[in-house]
Design a protein around this ligand. Sequence first.
Ligand SMILES: *Cc1c(COP(=O)(O)O)cnc(C)c1O
Length: 419
Amino acid sequence: MYGKIKDHLTAELQSIKKAGLYKTERIITSPQSVEIEVEGKTALNFCANNYLGLSNSNRVISAAKRAMDTHGFGMSSVRFICGTQDLHKSLETAVSKWFKTDDAILYAACFDANGGVFEPLFSENDAIISDVLNHASIIDGIRLCRAQRYRYANADMNDLETKLKETQAYRFRIIVTDGVFSMDGNLAPMDKICQLAEKYDALVMVDECHSAGVVGKTGRGVSEFFDVYGKIDIYTGTFGKAFGGGIGGFIAGRREIIDWLRQRSRPYLFSNSIPPAVVGASLEVFEILAESDELHTRLTKNVEYFRKKMIAAGFDVKPTQSAICVVMLYDAKLSQDFAAQMFDEGIYVTGFYFPVVAQGQARIRVQLSAAHNKMQIDKCIDAFVRTGKKLGVVKDAVERDRLNGLQSQLSINKINDSH
Ligand SMILES: *Cc1c(COP(=O)(O)O)cnc(C)c1O
């Protein structure tokens, strides 16, 4: 009898709409790319996770079609019944090669990988120590498991050490962190985390969703950036961001861990195999990235260029070593007005505010891509400057040049770009 809950939901929906927390979706009618068609307008996209620009790559699309021709459309099976093709094994090999691990296992999404990783490995005799800013799927995965739960402040190594000291009596312990935190773009200090893990005999798990393909000298992720190869026990990640942006997730790591997950991980055992088109396309992504670092190099240059010009324009940009650039505005309404005016200028960015980020920490999150060219980035920056001036976030050009002039006179002997 649909009655009581209907009234309840109607009231709840009204209340989140009133609070400005109701999410709407802009309708895109083109493929995902830098230049997209949104609600009848052309816009430059600066809010996709399309870090390497592969979401609409001809090579990737052709590989998807080829895989459909040779391996069909759907598997109609989980992996262990009759859902494992040669392609699935090749992709698992490609993933483990990328992270330099013993083995890897595929999931329908990283949400499932994080949902299915803890429960088979840890029980009430064990402790999971998790960064407070970890992704929702890690939080859910921990909830599905009987281990004791501990949280430490974001990237706070003193707090992590305190939690490691508190949990010495447990059988197994694991430290769990995102590689790049999605709302700030900051990196987890994996070198220090691995040192603490060694000191206190804990395992280490990192979620590489926003770091794989992006972070490190050639984009191999946090182990390349911090040179901690061999010290991380479990990597989770997605094909839905830098690696083509389709769908699918994975776990890479120690042989026995992966083997055990194949036997016991519930989203792996009880959910369908990834379809051949997605597997074939993802394999092509690893081919492309094995051939050259060109896309990653371009991404790095784009991030540096954007940050430098935005800081020079007077914006408060958070430090980052990822492709997530956060422009701080602090005020919730301002962040929404700002994003709306940017969209009117043909630039698609997203404003975030409480409860997605802390109270009084509203911001615009800009995500750079290897597919952006200099002209498009300049267009984005110009729109930021115009909107920033209109909304009183940055000073106008004359005033800024005057201040910059004063600044450079003051620091004439200090040729030191701290950014
Ligand atoms: C995007 C994301 C996920 C979810 O990945 P899907 O493959 O889209 O399910 C998990 N963890 C983090 C940190 C993410 O950013």
